[in-house]
Ligand binder design. Structure first.
Ligand SMILES: [Mn+2]
Length: 348
């Protein structure tokens, strides 16, 4: 049996790990940056890294997201140090401009930061990218990227171990890493077939985390209006296209208002139709102020990242991707439906 610890050894060349160790030692001011509409893995991996760099006594460290993130993540240890770029562009811009170390976490291309990306144009800091999305195109001094790990959190667990600092993973760090792995695998229902993922989880449990409490804080913490919105989506908005094994749900601004929508309320909705026998391809359309945000999911070989990239200005993983459209809702849905015949042969 091969050791799970060796699973991603190709991601962590000795020379890169050594360079990172030296950089962490000499950096004075670090900025940890994650993507727009941050999810559990984005925040969990960023905050785990924050705790780790603190333990390494790096003098000043801050975490940044472009916009607000869901309430069900606002208990994660350290969440109070997360700065929202949208809240104070000048202050966050000033801090980030003076960083000597920037770590980009859980995204593969700068446009995922939306307007915040302008801060990083020609930025002189030492840049590190830690991510699990395919084909990263961010120019960084060090890139730790691989699509095999379940999550960026899992990758960070192994990176800290590689740096020889496994003992610095304390309970707050472990709670963040566990949350990232749990949410990016849909509670271990997908992207979690590798022993390395479970090895990491086993090690995190040994740090004294309360798995049931974390589950409850993330998944049993919604408002009643969110549950009613889910019921409405399933009963009135879910459409099934049996000949293409596809299903989609759409939500307008007016419907969001009707159910007192707050960020995070539609989390996981895109996966709901997979409970139906035979569904292999799902989409979720949600109206924002000036565009429609589209989430795509698939089973098997259907490359939703390619569809997102080619038709909806987005990208992601083979089975989980996102994009957007400037079209009105009915036209965006129609465009999605018109693409389905192309993928008929990819169905299982
Ligand atoms: Mn992720």
């Amino acid at each position: 049996m091969s050791s799970p610890e060796k699973a991603y050894s190709s991601v962590f060349p000795e020379a890169s790990v050594k360079t990172l160790r030296q950089i962490i030692e000499k950096s004075r001011r670090a900025g940890i940056v994650t993507h727009y509409d941050a999810d559990g893995d984005a925040i969990g991996s960023s905050l785990a890294l924050y705790h780790y760099l603190k333990a390494k006594e790096l003098p000043e460290i801050r975490v940044f997201t472009p916009n607000p993130y869901p309430a069900f993540l606002q208990w994660l240890p350290g969440h109070e140090v997360v700065f929202l770029y949208e809240d104070d562009k000048e202050l966050t811009g000033r801090y980030l401009s003076s960083c000597d170390l920037l770590v980009f976490v859980d995204f593969n291309t700068l446009p995922r930061l939306k307007k915040m990306m302008s801060v990083f144009e020609n930025h002189p800091a030492f840049k590190v990218l830690i991510d699990h999305h395919p084909e990263p195109d961010i120019k960084a001094n060090l890139v730790f990227s691989d699509t095999r790990p379940s999550s960026t959190s899992e990758l960070i667990f192994y990176l800290i171990s590689k740096l020889g600092d496994g003992r610095l993973i304390d309970k707050p760090t472990a709670e963040n890493l566990f949350t990232g792995i749990m949410t990016d695998t849909g509670c271990f229902s997908f992207n979690s077939s590798q022993p390395a993922t479970w090895h990491a989880v086993g090690q995190l449990l040994q740090c004294g985390i309360d798995k049931n409490r974390i589950f409850s804080l993330v998944y049993e913490n919604y408002s009643d209006s969110r549950m009613r919105l889910m019921g409405y989506c399933l009963n009135e908005k879910m459409k099934i296209i049996p000949e293409y094994h596809a299903a989609y749900i759409s939500l307008t601004l007016q419907e969001q208002e009707q159910f007192n929508f707050i960020p995070g309320d539609s989390e996981g909705f895109v996966n709901l139709p997979f409970s139906i026998a035979g569904i292999q391809f799902t989409a979720f359309f949600i109206e924002k102020n000036d565009h429609i945000k589209i989430s795509l999911r698939s089973k098997g070989k259907i490359p939703v990242n390619r569809i997102a990239k080619e038709h909806f200005k987005g990208g992601g993983h083979q089975n989980a991707a996102g994009g957007e459209s400037e079209l009105p809702m009915p036209a965006a849905i129609e465009k999605f439906i018109s693409l389905l015949p192309q993928y008929e042969n990819w169905l299982q």
